[in-house]
Each structure stands twice: as structure tokens, then as C-alpha cells.
Design a binder for this molecule. Structure first.
Ligand SMILES: Cc1cc2nc3c(=O)[nH]c(=O)nc-3n(C[C@H](O)[C@H](O)[C@H](O)COP(=O)(O)OP(=O)(O)OC[C@H]3O[C@@H](n4cnc5c(N)ncnc54)[C@H](O)[C@@H]3O)c2cc1C
Length: 398
């Protein structure tokens, strides 16, 4: 019997295993991963931005954890020779209303102790020579990591301290009725004293089958990225964002220069019928399950969702619509500068009434199990502090 079994070798599972093993290398910790390669889902398909805790709508706790997370993830990368892109982020305003909102972001940053620099048009172009904007904000401590490399290194460090990574093992059911927690898996039964369910988009389904968290369900969102062609990649030097608009359902187009020099744009975000629908919006094995959730249909039929779907689907499937939005930041951008890039599927929790649940950390526990329904929204940024927090929950149960 293992001391701890962790379901899912994404950033949440690996960072918790790492924290447990750093605390006590004598622990028997097994990570069970259904795929044969790490990083197939959210942890390997994201923007990789390490974003300090500023911006509208962030709780004080999330703000503090993000800022700590940036420093710890950066230190981990330096220690293990993982490339980091460290030239900061430029947020630009192109209208007076946006400039006003930028002021609020500046206030939130300064009250969180995060240094930012206010920019005029000339200042913006010192950081991003091709960008347009009447006002801007520069955030020096915003960084980008290759999240695949970061995840692989965390998993490697876990193995180095004695953790077991068992790939190709899908957990089908959690049973907590005997003297240990028993996991029915695709390769047989595995027992542990305590279990962490960090199965990403599948965590909620496993928790439901275990009898927990009936008040929420997962709605998957398909996220399509674009990227600049290699000959156009100099159009963006670092990180370039539009001023966020909390009342718009669309996240806007962000430019992110990754450590390997590729510049990704987006993503566009539209509801999907599948937790792994990378090729198309539908993923047949999961349609029935998602469709059986009444909250999902209420959410889909709401005015906000329809507005978002219209805008975002058009950006996903019509590159010219996407281009128009991207040109607000870099007006010289041309159709030939862009190609479609990778797809990700993101998770949001819905209440039974079809309302979006808060994007705050949502962890449910029983005597011997811990279930992460929603890690904080910036799961790459907060991975190390979140791993410590979840490891404490596990240690209390041993
Ligand atoms: C489009 C997008 C962009 C993002 N950008 C950023 C960003 O710039 N900065 C940032 O900080 N965060 C970002 N995030 C958030 C971050 O990527 C996630 O919060 C984080 O990766 C979640 O990790 P996870 O371990 O919970 O999930 P996952 O990475 O999805 O891992 C879950 C793992 O569980 C496995 N699994 C599932 N079911 C089972 C089962 N039954 N048995 C065994 N294994 C199972 C899966 O195969 C998977 O490997 C972004 C997310 C998305 C989707």
C-alpha cells in the first residue's frame, strides 16, 4: 500500500508530490497518469506566463500567492536550467476608457506591492516598437516559462527524491470504504492511505462518482492560439496585452513571446463539448455527460455566453476577425504574419443554476481524500505554493 496516491501528473499533481517528497523523502508517493507522455493537457498547453498578483477581481490571497509563485517558479527554473523569458509585460490602452481602467490596474499593483511603470506612447514603443497605444503600463516582473519543460523537470525531481510516476494508468473509480483508499484503474487496483484527485478537467467527474461536489460541474472551453510566422516574430519583443475589460466576455488578444522565441497570440475561447476536444469542438465520449448537466444548457443559453460565442467563434474560425482584434495592438500586422497554432481546453466550474462559479481555488476533502476541482486560474504561476498547500492537506491525513 502506498502512503499517497496522486491522480494526474499535471502541474497540480507533480507540484504536490514534489512538496510532499521535499518535506519527507521517506514517503511512498505514487503519481498515476492516464497518458504515456506528460503535458498532454492544460499543463502542457498554455501561455506559460508567470503573472504576479495584480489586476481587477483578484482576492488578496490569490494576489499574494501569485506573486510568491512567480519568484519560486523563477528560482526553480534558474536552479534547473529551464529557460525563462524575463523582459516584462506591456499593457496598452487605445481609448480614454481603457486608460482609465489602466489607472485601476496600476492602483491594484501598487497596493499589492508590485512595481509598475506608467507609459506614454513613446514609452510604450521603447518596450514594444511596433505597438500602438495612447497610454500603457509596464510590469517588469512578468515572465514566461516553457511549461512543458517546467512540468517535466518537476516530475524528474519527484522521481529523484523517490517518487513513483506510473504512466498509462487511468483511475476509473475511487473507493474509500475499506481500511485504505482503493483506486480502480485501467491496470488493476491500487491502494493508498490517502489520495489526491488532481485529474484536471476530469477531477470533478471523479469527485461526482465518489459522491462529492454535486453542487458544481465542469464546462470545458476550447482555446485556439495563433502564432506569428518566424519572419514576423520581431513584431513583438516580450509580452503585449490589451487593457482587460471585466465587462466584456472576450479575453482580448494577448501576444506572448515564449523562451524559444515563438510569439503566440490569443487564445480565442469558446464553449466545447468535450474535455479533450483539441481537433474539433465535439468529443463524442463526453458529450452525453456534459449534455446531461442542466446547468450547462442554462449557461449556454445565457445572453453573455451567446455574445461570447459569437465573438470568439468568429475569431477562431475567421482569421480576419482575429487579425482585426490583434491589429488594435500592432497595426502593421498582416494576414501573412499569422498562422494557427495549438489548441488547449480550459476548465471553468458551473453551479447547478448555470452560473459561472468563482475562479478561486476549489478543494473538497474527506477523511482520506483531497479533490482539486479548480486550481487557481494561473496554475503555472501558483504551482509551487499550491503544491505546498495541498501537501499540508495530505500530511494531515496520514
Ligand atoms: C489555454 C490556457 C492558458 C493558460 N495560461 C496560463 C498562464 O499563462 N499562466 C498560468 O499561470 N496558468 C495558465 N493556465 C492555467 C494552467 O495551465 C492550469 O491551471 C494548470 O496547468 C492545471 O494543472 P492541472 O494539473 O490541474 O491539470 P492538467 O494539466 O490538465 O493535468 C491533469 C492530468 O490528469 C490526468 N488525468 C485525467 N484524468 C485522469 C484519470 N482518470 N486517471 C489518471 N490521470 C488522469 C491528465 O491526463 C492530465 O495529465 C492556462 C490554462 C489554459 C487552459
Amino acid at each position: 500500500m502506498h502512503d499517497v496516491a496522486i491522480i494526474g501528473a499535471g502541474l497540480v499533481g507533480c507540484s504536490t508530490a514534489y512538496a510532499l517528497l521535499e518535506h519527507d523523502p521517506g514517503l511512498d508517493v505514487v503519481i498515476l497518469e492516464k497518458e504515456y507522455h506528460l503535458g498532454q493537457h492544460q499543463s502542457g498547453r498554455n501561455s506559460g506566463v508567470l503573472q504576479p498578483g495584480y489586476g481587477a477581481g483578484l482576492s488578496e490571497r490569490e494576489s499574494t500567492v501569485r506573486t510568491e509563485g512567480v519568484e519560486r517558479a523563477s528560482a526553480f527554473c534558474r536552479q534547473h536550467d529551464i529557460q525563462l523569458q524575463e523582459s516584462g509585460a506591456t499593457i496598452v490602452a487605445t481609448t480614454d476608457q481603457e486608460a482609465e481602467r489602466l489607472g485601476k490596474i496600476e492602483e491594484s499593483a501598487s497596493s499589492a506591492g508590485i512595481s509598475v511603470e506608467r507609459l506614454d506612447t513613446t514609452g510604450i514603443q521603447e518596450y514594444e516598437p511596433h505597438a500602438a497605444g495612447t497610454a500603457g503600463l509596464f510590469v517588469p516582473n512578468e515572465r514566461v516559462v516553457d511549461s512543458q519543460q517546467y512540468l517535466h523537470e518537476l516530475a524528474k525531481q519527484c522521481k529523484n527524491i523517490g517518487g513513483i510516476l506510473q504512466k498509462g494508468t487511468e483511475v476509473e473509480q475511487i473507493d474509500d470504504t475499506g481500511s485504505a483508499v482503493r483506486l480502480q484503474t485501467s491496470v488493476g487496483t491500487i491502494s493508498a492511505q490517502t489520495v489526491l484527485n488532481s485529474a484536471g478537467l476530469h477531477a470533478c467527474r471523479l469527485a461526482h462518482e465518489f459522491g462529492l461536489a454535486q453542487d458544481v460541474s465542469v464546462v470545458p472551453f476550447r482555446c485556439q492560439y495563433y502564432e506569428l510566422t518566424p519572419s514576423s516574430s520581431e513584431l513583438c519583443r516580450s509580452l503585449l496585452y490589451p487593457t482587460p475589460n471585466p465587462s466584456s466576455p472576450s479575453p482580448g488578444v494577448k501576444f506572448v513571446r515564449r523562451p524559444d522565441g515563438t510569439v503566440i497570440l490569443g487564445p480565442t475561447v469558446s464553449p466545447a463539448l468535450g474535455y479533450e476536444s483539441y481537433e474539433s469542438t465535439f468529443d463524442s465520449p463526453q458529450i452525453r455527460q456534459i449534455a446531461s448537466n442542466a446547468g450547462f444548457w442554462k449557461f449556454l443559453a445565457s445572453a453573455g455566453t451567446l455574445r461570447m460565442a459569437k465573438q470568439e467563434l468568429s475569431k477562431t474560425y475567421r482569421p480576419t476577425t482575429f487579425l482585426e482584434e490583434a491589429r488594435k495592438l500592432i497595426p502593421t500586422l498582416d494576414e501573412e504574419d499569422l498562422v494557427k497554432s495549438f489548441v488547449a481546453v480550459a476548465l471553468r466550474l458551473l453551479t447547478r443554476d448555470g452560473e459561472m462559479a468563482s475562479s478561486e481555488l476549489d478543494v473538497r476533502t474527506t477523511k482520506r481524500t483531497v479533490h482539486v476541482l479548480n486550481p487557481m486560474s494561473a496554475g503555472v504561476t501558483v504551482s509551487l505554493p499550491l503544491g505546498d498547500y495541498l501537501a499540508d492537506h495530505i500530511l494531515e491525513r496520514l
